[in-house]
Design a protein around this ligand. Sequence first.
Ligand code: DX5
Ligand code: ZN
Length: 220
Amino acid sequence: MAELSASILAADLLNLERDIKKAVQSGVKWIHLDVMDGHFVPNLTMGIPFGDAIKKKFDADIESHMMVDNPNMYLERYCSFSKLVTIHYEAPVQTMRVLKEIERLGSMPGISINPKTSVSNIEALLPAVKYVLVMTVEPGFSGQSLIEDASKKIPLLVEYRQRTNLDFLIGVDGGINRDNISRIAALGPDIIVSASAIFSGNVEENVKSLKSCMKENGNG
Ligand code: DX5
Ligand code: ZN
């Protein structure tokens, strides 16, 4: 079964410790840190101090999702608390070079693609990554609706991975909730990221219900 990753973008920031604790105690394996710079996406969010503080307090693995023009900036700091650092194919940098640098700094290198970017665009990068994050919303905000067409890239990646014997994980991020999670889980991702469906309302109940909906499709 896929693992849940909790994007704290929709957590109660004034009660962040409480919210993360509830998510982790309910069996969430990953904490997803949405890093935005106000340029690559029209929003500004959290960065290094959040990652440092979470790492100090919790056992969960942190995955940093870099929605920034320049993921080279402070990369060493991000790698120091992240098990996984995901950069965007669409960012105007030398992607392969940054991926290699993430690996050299001791984190798993990940590549993320926006809804309009095809899997064929990143094929040459796949041998160098340990994670591919399929965006099912335009990056920038939580609480948007899932773009169905974008989710079709998950089975393409599953098939590609099998055919080429590569060993990256596949994640999906954006618009996932209890109504669509069983359908998304059935497409074969390893990690399912969710913000609002985990943190709006009762976190423990939300995680429990997302997990049981995931199982419904025979993926449990
Ligand atoms: C969007 C972020 C997502 C977002 C998901 O730019 O990358 O991680 O927080 O939020 P939901 O699950 O509410 O769509
Ligand atoms: Zn994200």
